[in-house]
Design a protein around this ligand. Structure first.
Ligand SMILES: [Zn+2]
Length: 263
């Protein structure tokens, strides 16, 4: 991946997921051919270790973290200790911590356990100073409260942003960046298309969350980084700004957040 070649950056990909086991390198080449770079996102110890290996072998970058769906089990300090070791021993590829956060929609783990795990992740983020990638569903107040008390000074990425203006204001106060994904392309999401116009341009990021949440036109299929171009087009239309310009701005924002888009 030659620095400078990438035109568009996908800030949330899970290419290490089993959904890509049969054709991972084809998917990765397809991204590269389309000028799309991406950051591989870990969600527990195993996927984070895998993300580090993958990013190292593809000269890409990754994040390491514990998603709220996986927040149960061993004590959080032990679990985040493993994540810390990955981050500290691979500074060239690990460019963020996460995803982490709270999910009261699916509630796969009891709230108290989610909170405990999230707090430990934020504590580590404070120590390491790495940008944080947030997953949040139906837990807006608790999430903003925890972030406020963590008093981080690094960027915080609100992944798959699809909430309202009130929440967006809370995110902005916390140094937030907004991960805009495939949901922006869905016909019913006029509210989100209106809202993105009110968000500062220098806080917008593009993402896929692949293999999940494919853009309209690919719904029912597996998502992949190259499909971020559909979300780019939708964001360009919503903002009334040219596609090339939106690509440039969002890539610059990603570079500001992660420090480097390749390794
Ligand atoms: Zn994700």
């Amino acid at each position: 991946m030659e620095p400078g070649f990438l035109e568009v950056f996908d800030t949330h990909a899970h290419l290490c997921s089993p959904e890509f086991d049969l054709d991972r390198s084809e998917v990765e080449s397809r991204a590269r051919e389309n000028g799309v770079g991406f950051i591989e996102i870990g969600y527990d110890e195993a996927s984070s270790a895998e993300a580090v290996r993958f990013a190292t072998s593809t000269r890409g970058i990754c994040s390491v973290g514990i998603h709220p769906h996986y927040a149960g089990g061993d004590p959080p300090p032990e679990r985040w200790g493993f994540i810390e070791a990955l981050a500290v021993s691979n500074p060239g590829v690990v460019k963020a911590l996460g995803e982490m956060g709270l999910d009261y929609f699916r509630n796969l783990v009891p709230r108290e356990a989610q909170l405990e795990c999230f707090r430990e992740g934020l504590k580590l983020a404070k120590e390491l100073g790495l940008p944080v990638i947030i997953h949040q569903r139906d837990a807006e107040n608790d999430l903003l409260r925890e972030l406020r008390s963590a008093r981080l000074s690094q960027p915080v990425v609100f992944h798959c942003f699809s909430q309202d203006e009130n929440y967006a204001d809370g995110c902005l106060e916390l140094g937030g960046y907004f991960g805009i994904g495939g949901v922006l392309t869905y016909p019913k999401n006029d509210g989100l298309r209106q809202l993105v116009k009110k968000l500062p341009l220098d806080r917008l990021l593009l993402e896929t969350d692949c293999p999940y949440l494919p853009p309209q036109g690919f719904r029912g299929k597996r998502n992949e980084p190259a499909f971020v171009l559909e979300t780019l087009k939708a964001l360009s239309a919503a903002l009334g700004i040219g596609v090339g310009e939106v690509a440039r701005i969002t890539k610059e924002n990603a570079l500001r957040v992660f420090g480097s888009l390749t390794s």
